[in-house]
Design a protein around this ligand. Structure first.
Ligand SMILES: Nc1nc2c(ncn2[C@@H]2O[C@H](COP(=O)(O)OP(=O)(O)O)[C@@H](O)[C@H]2O)c(=O)[nH]1
Ligand SMILES: [Mg+2]
Length: 316
């Protein structure tokens, strides 16, 4: 198996997860010469503690068990290699090469991205970072302030747009988010922009309200432009661990989410949740947030992620 070039930013971004994971594995392996029941139990605990999730952990353990009956054991490096291979095998990885290096698919008319998720997960920040990456790539971008619940939310996006140097569209606080979404899309069409990214609120009183609101926003984007939005991106906060998986379940059953962004991987040892999510959902993780800064966003590469999490020696 050939792994991509070593990604130092990613390594730094998931440092906490990686350190805690590798440290525990080395301790579990210390003094052992084979994979026995005791070791598998320990590994199960380690995977669960990294927030890989029970279902995915069981899958990994079962595969490992089958495999080490044939293969003889093993030092830490060998074990890491086997684990890496087995984890990658079970991941539901989608080809996202079209989005690599913050590119978007070629199309006529603007690419419209609707961003959803509960309050505080990092939607607005991710939009800011993404607008920056796209702008750097030469795309003309507008961000639309569809979180109209607080004046601060509109201002926060405006500040990001000023930092980035991209267009900003708003109708103020209290405006109808569906109208903001519609008009942001129109603005992008009328001004021949390449990309419209629409922010939304995540804190309506009930889940049903939230989901209905999102459907309405989505429909109004579709009225402004055929087949839009191109993507509905659900943002999840990795530091909430299994809660992120729960949110993904709820959103994906209630709305048509087409991709995910996983934020705050930098501050947490729960980065294993990326593995659980990639195993359990058909919807790919497209971007990951690895810090609060404008540059702290990466296109997710599952092979590279697992590789980085389990190994220091990634082939150049
Ligand atoms: N450490 C870290 N903080 C982040 C990341 N993404 C967002 N945040 C922080 O999370 C907080 C909430 O972000 P915000 O974009 O306002 O969330 P929203 O309510 O979903 O729009 C802010 O303090 C952000 O700086 C990330 O990748 N890493
Ligand atoms: Mg926000």
């Amino acid at each position: 198996m050939v792994f991509k070039r070593k990604n130092e930013d990613l390594e730094k971004g998931i440092e906490k997860t990686k350190d805690s994971f590798l440290d525990k594995i080395s301790k579990a392996v210390a003094g052992k010469s084979k994979v026995d029941i005791e070791f598998l139990d320990q590994l199960e605990d380690i995977l669960i503690a990294s927030d890989v999730g029970l279902e995915t952990t069981v899958k990994i353990i079962n595969r490992l068990e089958t495999r080490v009956q044939k293969d003889k054991y093993l030092n830490t490096a060998e074990l890491n290699q086997i684990l890496k291979e087995e984890i990658i095998e079970i991941l539901n990885l989608k080809d996202q090469s079209i989005f690599e290096n913050f590119r978007i698919p070629q199309k006529s008319g603007p690419y419209v991205l609707l961003v959803v998720g509960v309050n505080g997960v990092g939607k607005t920040t991710t939009i800011g970072k993404l607008a920056h990456k796209f702008t750097q790539n030469g795309y003309k971008v507008v961000v639309g302030a569809g979180d109209t619940f607080r004046a601060a939310a509109v201002d926060q996006l405006k500040i990001w747009s000023e930092r980035v140097g991209c267009y900003f569209f708003d109708k103020g606080m209290q405006a109808d988010p569906a109208a903001v979404a519609f008009e942001t899309t129109k603005f992008a069409i009328d001004n021949h922009l390449d990309i419209a990214i629409i922010d939304t609120a995540g804190r309506l009183h009930t889940k049903i309200n939230l989901m209905q609101e999102l459907s309405k926003i989505k429909r109004s984007v579709g009225k402004a432009l055929d087949n839009a939005p191109d993507d509905v991106m659900l943002v999840l906060d990795a530091s909430t661990g299994q809660n992120a998986i729960e949110q993904a379940k709820q959103f994906t059953t209630a709305t048509e989410v087409s991709c995910l962004a996983l934020t705050k991987l930098d501050g947490t040892a729960k980065g294993g949740v990326a593995i659980g999510i990639s195993d359990q959902f058909e919807i790919p993780i497209r971007y990951i947030g690895v810090g609060e800064g404008i540059e702290h966003l990466q296109v997710f590469n599952g092979y590279q992620f697992v590789s980085t999490m389990l190994d220091n020696q990634i082939a150049e």
